[in-house]
Design a binder for this molecule. Structure first.
Ligand code: HEC
Length: 125
């Protein structure tokens, strides 16, 4: 009888631990996942830091691991915004290679910032 109780307690514990294991950070700590939608999005302050973090290591200027696709200046980044490959690749659209390659998809908040910049005309601001 005792063994059975231990087994039941263990199962209950396991249930709670496994429940925690699958929780998402942004659901557990919603305040850390807030997306700032009020600060205006600009190329210099919003887009470049994201591309620096996720893309330029392979595609920036002298990097050689970007399959020949060069980013890192306003001209190159704007061209990719205009031909659709910037948003297509980071949003994992079917027609594009998903980027950043071999890494997690950027967060919805980060992707929405890049999209805002593109939709506003990919200005050099
Ligand atoms: C680890 C290196 C690496 C990183 C980081 C990376 N890329 Fe790439 N990217 C590549 C390689 C290699 C290719 C060429 C092969 C391919 O298309 O998968 C490529 C191709 C592309 C293409 C052409 C895809 C197509 O379907 O036409 C675009 C656009 C692109 N990358 C954008 C980005 C953007 C934007 C980021 C940052 C969010 C990024 N890449 C991050 C390595 C990388």
């Amino acid at each position: 009888m005792k063994t059975k109780n231990i087994l039941i307690s263990f199962s209950i514990l396991l249930f709670f631990f496994s429940a925690c294991y699958y929780d998402k950070e942004d659901q557990l700590y919603p305040s850390s996942g807030i997306c700032d939608t009020t600060t205006p999005v600009t190329y210099t302050a919003s887009v470049v830091p994201l591309l620096q973090q996720y893309c330029y290591s392979c595609h920036g200027g002298t990097a050689t691991s970007g399959g020949g696709i060069v980013m890192g200046t306003y001209a190159t980044d704007k061209a990719m915004a205009l031909n659709g490959s910037l948003y297509g690749s980071i949003s994992h659209a079917a027609a594009y290679s998903p980027m950043p390659k071999g890494q997690n998809k950027m967060t919805d908040c980060q992707i929405s910032k890049v999209k805002k910049w593109i939709d506003a005309g990919s200005l050099n601001n």
